[in-house]
Design a protein around this ligand. Structure first.
Ligand code: FAD
Length: 310
């Protein structure tokens, strides 16, 4: 019988938005257990809003957030102890790291970057070949682990009253120890989780050309992305690259500024819900791929857009 759980990934403001969609997906097949290393108090309200039925706070004799190996072992112990069969995490850096370690410990099937998940059927949809093929996969074994692409599925509020309990894992500090984390360039917003992205292409001209995009992004509380041409030219950090050899993103709104719309770029943002393109060439390929197109110079249009939004 299916027993589903969701990993609660948190940041300074609480449970990450993208996790709520994972809860919605898990809830489609019945009760949802939420697994966290955070205190129950700090996540209880979010769990109750989206339909979690049971909240388990996992702890051990070491700081699990500083010991990724021990953390994965502790989650695995809890999953086994509770007879959990299916576990969904968001397809973030942290989620993928945890899922991969757990897959080894639990000898479980793992699929990452899922566009949709049917837990009851043990089936997922994933895109391949830069989005040209959509595959349906089924997962074998006693336990299945899934990474859900942020923003691929809409979260649906479903009020519940989660029961909460603690689970103390027997694991002690082992393996890798994280001693320090420093944000890199462009690290303010994780693009793959952003619900709005403003992206710049070669047309920005130099790194200071991103100033107008940063201002628009801060008005919209958006992440800032870039095309490979902008990254290769040194205008933007590689962590900002969207596309086949960069990040795959699925925001609700993607604003492409001075980006031609090459297939390799489109592959990384085609699942955006709404695409807006600003380009001074009315024949640019991006205009056949967007929902709204503005023919104009980004240095005129973007500041006007920012002022209007302000
Ligand atoms: P360009 O193609 O040069 O387009 C610039 C656009 O800006 C033009 O359409 C122009 O009309 C417009 N423009 C110019 N000035 C202005 C202005 N003032 N105002 C408004 N518009 C203006 N690319 C990626 O982005 N991501 C990837 O991950 C990626 N992976 C790749 C992998 C492989 C194997 C290969 C071969 C290529 C890959 N590329 C990738 C590169 C891709 O093919 C394109 O070269 C790249 O996306 C082009 O970037 P761009 O649109 O910024 O530049």
């Amino acid at each position: 019988m299916t027993k589903s759980a969701v990993i609660l990934e948190t940041d300074a403001s609480g449970v990450k938005e993208a996790v709520f969609a994972a809860i919605t997906v898990a809830a489609a097949s019945g009760d949802v257990i939420a697994l966290t290393t955070a205190s129950a108090d700090s996540v209880q309200a979010s769990c109750a809003e989206y339909g979690v039925t049971q909240l388990i706070s996992i702890n051990a004799g070491c700081d699990l957030d500083a010991h990724p190996d021990a953390r994965a072992t502790a989650f695995a112990e809890c999953i086994k102890a509770h007879g959990i069969t299916d576990v969904i995490a968001i397809n973030s850096m942290e989620g993928k790291d945890l899922l991969a370690r757990m897959a080894v410990i639990l000898d479980a099937a793992l699929t990452t970057d899922c566009l949709s998940i049917d837990v009851a059927e043990r089936s997922v949809k994933k895109s391949y070949f830069a989005g040209k093929a959509l595959a349906t996969l089924t997962l074998p074994g006693d336990i299945a682990l899934y990474g859900l692409r942020p923003n691929a599925v809409a979260a649906v509020a479903a009020p519940s009253t989660p029961a909460s309990e603690d689970f103390t894992a027997s694991v002690t500090a082992e393996g890798i120890v994280i001693t320090d984390i420093q944000g890199g360039e462009g690290a303010s917003t994780d693009l793959s989780e952003a619900s709005v992205i403003v992206a710049g292409g070669r047309a920005v001209g130099d790194s200071s050309g991103f100033d107008i995009l940063n201002e628009l992004a801060s008005t919209l509380e958006a992440g800032v992305g870039a095309s490979r041409a902008a990254v290769d030219a040194g205008y933007a950090a590689h962590s900002m690259q969207v596309g086949q050899t960069g990040k795959t993103v699925s925001p609700n709104l993607y604003i492409a500024c001075g980006i031609s719309g090459a297939v390799q770029h489109y592959a990384g943002m085609k699942t955006s819900k709404v695409i807006v393109a600003i380009n001074n060439d009315k024949d640019a390929p991006i205009f056949s791929k967007c929902d709204y197109g503005i023919v104009g110079d980004i240095f005129d249009v973007v500041p006007q857009l920012t002022n209007a939004l302000k």
